[in-house]
Design a protein around this ligand. Structure first.
Ligand SMILES: C[S@@+](CC[C@H](N)C(=O)[O-])C[C@H]1O[C@@H](n2cnc3c(N)ncnc32)[C@H](O)[C@@H]1O
Ligand SMILES: [Zn+2]
Length: 272
């Protein structure tokens, strides 16, 4: 059975061949890669919202180099600990991109765990669904999530937008919200090349309404890069990529080896 519900009337789906049909006869085809596109056309602000193929592929090439593996590992250990006493936990990776962390989590959690993931970018979800068959993927907006109220033991949000009211609606009482955001010195050596004065990111965030913070973690490590393509991919996945003009890029590439600080806030909140 699909964990997702109809985005138009919020009723449950039943499957007939390759289509999910709700009680009010709204039809949604299951894509050949196995995901559901549940984003109503009128909810799109552009034809292809979310990350485009170039951004997604740059992120995937960089992630495959292992640059953020310490983050995937730390996050997974935390989620394992938080869900240790649950027989069959249900999870959502909100804004999952091409599923790098979702897959890492899925491969390290008990098989009984139900792992759902969504992103507004269809190319990213298609990439993910093609590879990771144990995860339920859908294309949808983080602002209007097609899942039942109080259905999640944990919601993971890595660098993705969300709405407090949706987080509150989706997570069970005492369930967890785990967020990853950039901490003050994240990618400092890259940002100082383009900004006269580098503004530090926040070292902590406030609990969303209806949640209390249970843990504040700072994950900081140096990233050593010796392959120019990996450096370019890393830059490509940042919001300041467009600030690197040719001249700045050439100056940076002339260095041949790069040591860049990674600095993340991992924050764990519990629903009151
Ligand atoms: C910086 S990426 C992070 C992706 C993934 N969590 C990771 O860390 O690899 C942000 C993601 O949020 C998605 N996104 C942006 N706006 C969104 C929205 N309104 N609803 C769902 N996803 C959204 C983008 O398509 C993109 O995949
Ligand atoms: Zn419906």
């Amino acid at each position: 059975m699909s964990p997702f519900i109809c985005p138009l009337c919020q009723s449950a789906f039943s499957q007939t061949n390759n289509t999910q049909i709700c009680e009010n006869n709204h039809h949604f085809d299951i894509a050949k890669e196995g995901y559901l596109n549940l984003l109503p056309v009128n909810a799109k602000n552009s034809k292809n919202p979310g990350d485009n193929k170039e951004m997604m592929m740059a992120r995937r090439t960089f992630l495959n180099s292992g640059g953020y593996l310490p983050l995937a590992e730390r996050l997974t250990t935390l989620v394992q600990q938080l869900l240790a006493d649950k027989d069959q936990a249900t999870l959502l990776d909100l804004g999952c991109g091409e599923g790098y962390y979702t897959d890492f989590l899925a491969s390290h959690l008990p098989e009984s765990t139900i792992i759902n993931a969504l992103d507004i970018s269809k190319v990213a979800v298609r990439y993910a669904a093609k590879r990771y068959k144990a995860i339920n993927f859908c294309v949808a907006s983080a602002y209007d999530v097609p899942l039942e109220n109080d259905s999640l033991d944990a919601l993971i949000r890595i660098y993705a937008p969300s709405l407090d009211s949706e987080l509150q609606r989706l997570i069970k009482q005492d369930g967890y919200l785990i967020t990853v955001t950039p901490a003050p010195r994240h990618l400092f050596e890259l940002r100082e090349k383009i900004y006269e004065q580098v503004n530090a990111h926040l070292s902590e965030n406030e609990a969303p309404a209806g949640f209390t913070k249970v843990e504040q973690i700072n994950l900081n490590y140096p990233l050593n890069i010796s392959d120019a393509q990996i450096l370019k991919d890393l830059i490509q996945m940042t919001p300041f990529a467009w600030k690197f003009n040719d001249e700045k890029m050439q100056a940076l590439l002339a260095e041949e080896k790069w040591k860049i600080e990674c600095d993340f806030n991992i924050e764990i909140y519990q629903k009151l």
